[in-house]
Design a protein around this ligand. Structure first.
Ligand SMILES: Cc1cc2nc3c(=O)[nH]c(=O)nc-3n(C[C@H](O)[C@H](O)[C@H](O)COP(=O)(O)OP(=O)(O)OC[C@H]3O[C@@H](n4cnc5c(N)ncnc54)[C@H](O)[C@@H]3O)c2cc1C
Length: 394
């Protein structure tokens, strides 16, 4: 086993899609990062993801960011000779109520005004794209440019590229604490007491980010939220073609959320969250159990939209923990401890943003400007980790 280096230009803590992307961006900037992952690379929420990537139904503020990030995913797909299973499948948002119809019209108009190829489809038009679609649908929003990637392959490809660019990556290496001298970060200490000295640490630990930050009296407003998914046995290719989501009047997971798609291996992957059960504190450290109500809601929604799948056998389910912030946006950037950066608070859609956030953090650490200025400014404004500052705390 390769021993941990005694020092590093940057230490990235957490080896999900965010930490892997940051390590790649830093390595490409010549910063030779060391990534320390507590368990297995991509083994937390990243490995349980449906990994849809695109701009559709995320709101106009982040449109440019998501558009840019999707281009970077395409480049990674090309560089890996599609080892990440990048599938430009498109995405549809189903509309069941007049309020959702009004919201869908607004969304489509906003996206079109920003250059997207979004459309509003009548049910019979939507069936041309998704032949098994049924149910009491008033209309569907449609964006042909949404894609999916295989989350495991994506993390492996990011890790491989990062390693080739000079990063050193370590699994099963939990960081126990950050080392601080004269008020600034000077290193990290692992759970076995090994130390890596560094002038820069990036916390990309999802819902666990708060724990390392709390030691430095930083109170980051991130909570874990249980997310879950069901997967069927393999179905013939083309049973479903798009990512199908709910288009809600209010938007976001809190008001109800559905995601249904077929993976390239043939499994139908689906979830519906209609009422958010509170996630108990510390739940992210335990193996969560899928709630029966979630299974019922998810199956009912699937069959409401796709009655032809009534005999679909479910193979497995899983639970993961997303990191949620009060305004459903990442905390990304430096915090008031010199040398410390955070990038967490995925709110259930971190794959979409990962390449942009990674470049944003790498630019902040290295002092380079590789992101287009407008996007850098937008990210700094939207994701400022200090936006919830109260008193001494963040
Ligand atoms: C069912 C489901 C569907 C989803 N669908 C989508 C989708 O379609 N599109 C999309 O964009 N997103 C989706 N997401 C969300 C997306 O998967 C996450 O936003 C993303 O994976 C977050 O990545 P992360 O690296 O921040 O977190 P994580 O993957 O949780 O990584 C954090 C890592 O930090 C490590 N860690 C914690 N503490 C320490 C420590 N002290 N020392 C070292 N390492 C530590 C953990 O072990 C973990 O590996 C979905 C999620 C789920 C569960």
């Amino acid at each position: 086993m390769t021993p941990l280096p005694k020092s590093a230009e940057v230490v990235v803590v957490g080896g999900g899609v965010i930490g892997a992307s940051i390590s790649l961006a830093l390595a490409e900037a010549g910063a030779k990062p060391v990534l320390l992952e507590a368990r297995a690379f991509g083994g937390a929420v990243t490995g349980g993801s449906l990994a849809a990537i695109g701009t559709h139904m995320h709101g106009r503020e982040e449109f440019g960011i998501l558009d840019y990030a999707r281009d970077r995913w395409r480049e990674l797909s090309d560089a890996s000779q599609d080892g990440i299973e990048y599938t430009a499948c498109g995405k549809m948002g189903f509309i069941l109520t007049d309020a959702a119809l009004a919201a869908g019209k607004t969304l489509v108009a906003q996206e079109k005004s920003q250059g997207a190829r979004a459309e509003l489809l009548m049910p019979e038009q939507a069936q041309q794209y998704e032949r098994l679609l049924g149910g009491p649908i008033l209309a569907m929003t449609y964006d042909p440019d949404t894609a999916t990637v295989n989350p495991f392959h994506a993390v492996r490809a990011l890790m491989l590229a990062a390693r080739q660019a000079g990063a050193q990556l370590f699994e099963n290496t939990p960081v126990a604490r950050l080392l601080v001298e004269a008020g600034r970060v000077v290193g990290v200490e692992t759970s076995t007491g090994e130390r890596v000295s560094t002038p820069h640490a990036v916390l990309a630990c999802g819902p666990w980010t708060t724990k390392l930050a709390a030691d430095l009296d930083l109170n980051l407003p991130i909570e874990p939220r249980q997310a879950q998914c069901l997967a069927s046995i393999r179905q013939p290719s083309g049973t479903l073609r798009q990512v199908i989501s709910s288009c809600e009047a209010k938007g976001g997971v809190d008001s109800g959320y559905t995601q249904i798609q077929q993976s390239p291996s043939g499994q139908i992957l689906f979830n519906t969250v209609t009422a958010l059960a509170p996630t108990p504190k510390g739940a992210e450290d335990r193996v969560g159990e899928v709630q029966p109500g979630f299974v019922v809601d998810s199956v009912n929604t699937l069959l409401m939209l796709f009655p032809a799948l009534k005999d679909l056998p479910i193979l497995r389910s899983w639970v993961r923990f997303e990191a949620v912030t009060p305004d459903a946006r990442f905390l990304a950037g430096p915090v008031p401890v010199p040398g410390l950066h955070v990038c967490a608070g995925d709110n259930g859609s971190g794959f979409c943003r990962a390449p942009l956030l990674a470049q944003f953090i790498a630019d902040g650490v290295t002092g380079r400007q590789t992101l287009p200025v407008a996007l850098q400014q937008r990210a700094a404004q939207l994701y400022d980790p200090l936006r919830f500052m109260d008193g001494q705390n963040v």
